[in-house]
Design a protein around this ligand. Structure first.
Ligand code: TYD
Length: 214
């Protein structure tokens, strides 16, 4: 499904790890080198997908079960891939996407506080394969202590904090999931130490990405 021309890069990690800032910095730096870049994010990135985003990120943490959430995230993702990501790749652009299917693998598969089971990983993989069928060329997994990350995240005081409100135990499970994903797919995924100041992390990101870009 992936057009040969472009380069598809995703950034992943626990809430508040600073990946959105780094994605913006990376996009700016790539544009300075003359590359065309589409910077986008999930859930969202297309008008219909943004409407689904509001359903997913606001309100009571127990508003949806993990399976219902997974279906909504994949509905938003399909719209985003069709309308934004594939057209940009076909134009030969670098697409930087803030979160993608690895976030569903981590967030929706994890057990919830109170003991509700997560969505079955096999269901998530099936939906990804059959409804999305597009894998990143490179995924940067921002790794940091979830408690420190959560403090940063909640400090932003947005009303889109449904997942951040699930608490530190949940975030610790997420970090483990992201690490496991990176270990399972070392060809696609690269762990980035998200600790330290922004300029240090930016230098790590640049070293990783510039070595991999065609
Ligand atoms: P956002 O405000 O963009 O958070 P961040 O800046 O940390 O990326 O909100 C995205 C939230 O949605 C985040 O808490 C992770 C969650 N999420 C999922 O649970 N599953 C998914 O598939 C995706 C893409 C995001």
């Amino acid at each position: 499904m992936k057009p040969e021309a472009g380069f598809f890069l995703t950034v992943e990690g626990v809430d508040g790890a600073g990946k959105s800032t780094q994605a913006r910095r990376l996009a700016a730096r790539l544009r300075e080198t003359g590359r065309a870049v589409t910077l986008t994010r999930e859930p969202g990135g297309a008008p219909g997908a943004e409407e689904i985003r509001a359903l997913l990120l606001t309100g009571d943490p127990a508003r949806w079960s993990p399976v219902t959430e997974a279906l909504l995230f994949f509905a938003a993702r399909r719209d985003h891939v069709e309308r934004t990501i594939l057209p940009a790749l076909a134009r030969g652009e670098v697409v930087i996407c803030d979160r993608f299917t690895d976030s569903t693998r981590a967030y929706q598969a994890a057990a919830r506080p109170g003991g509700m089971a997560g969505a079955p990983p096999a269901l998530i993989d099936l939906l990804h394969r059959e409804a999305i069928g597009l894998d990143p060329d490179l995924t940067l997994v921002f790794d940091m202590d979830p408690e420190a990350a959560l403090n940063r995240g909640l400090a932003r005081k947005t009303d889109e904090a449904r997942f951040e409100r699930l608490g530190p135990g949940f975030q610790t499970r997420l970090r483990e999931s992201f690490r496991a994903i990176a270990a399972t797919e070392p060809g696609r995924c690269l762990m980035v130490d998200a600790g330290g100041d922004e300029a240090e992390v930016e230098a790590r990101v640049w070293a990783a990405v510039s070595a991999r870009l065609p």
